[in-house]
Design a protein around this ligand. Structure first.
Ligand SMILES: [Zn+2]
Length: 178
């Protein structure tokens, strides 16, 4: 963040984007001449930012919360998942990309380039499963029987059972492609 250009008086609105104090108002909100934007108070940090910046920060906080939550869920579930894995399979807590929720990656014994990911609940139902078949270059979620919605599972172990079935089907399909 840019340091403030001058020491503001108490209650003075200082744009957090450029550090300029402002006395301007346009309608209800203070206006930063330099940035050309309205300023709103960020209740979390207590500074004045554009609407866009406040929205960006809100999403950032939400995303960080989601990442921490899924990391906790995956860490809690990994032992039960490993206990139930078929012989030769592996499971690891995994963050597919930075700033994304954590998952449990489940891989069959060597030979198949297929991974299933168990995705912890994100406040909307239960665990979900995605299958990534690198050979066929497809990545798809498991759906409910009717195919209308992504299937959700109450526990990670239930998600694992569905993932193992789906990966086995994909492995068989891959072997017929060769
Ligand atoms: Zn500004």
């Amino acid at each position: 963040m840019t340091p403030t250009a001058s020491t503001p008086r108490d209650g003075q609105v200082v744009c957090a984007g450029c550090g300029t104090p402002t006395h301007h108002k346009r309608g209800r909100w203070p206006w930063c001449e330099r940035c050309g934007c309205y300023l709103v108070r960020d209740a979390v940090r207590g500074d004045w930012v554009s609407f866009a910046e406040r929205e960006y920060r809100r999403r950032d906080i939400e995303n960080a919360r989601l990442i921490a939550f899924t990391a906790g869920q995956a860490d809690t579930a990994i032992r039960a998942v490993r206990d139930r894995l078929p012989a030769g399979w592996t499971a690891t807590v995994h963050q597919p990309i930075a700033q994304a929720p954590y998952t449990i990656a489940v891989t069959p014994p060597a030979g198949a380039d297929i991974t299933a990911r168990l995705c912890p609940p994100c406040g909307d139902g239960g665990w979900r499963v995605r299958v990534h078949d690198r050979g066929a270059k497809v990545d798809f979620p498991l759906y409910t029987a009717g195919g209308a919605r992504a299937a959700t599972f109450t526990t990670a172990v239930e998600a694992l059972d569905a993932a193992v079935r789906a990966v086995r089907v994909a492995v068989r399909a891959a072997s017929t492609r060769r």
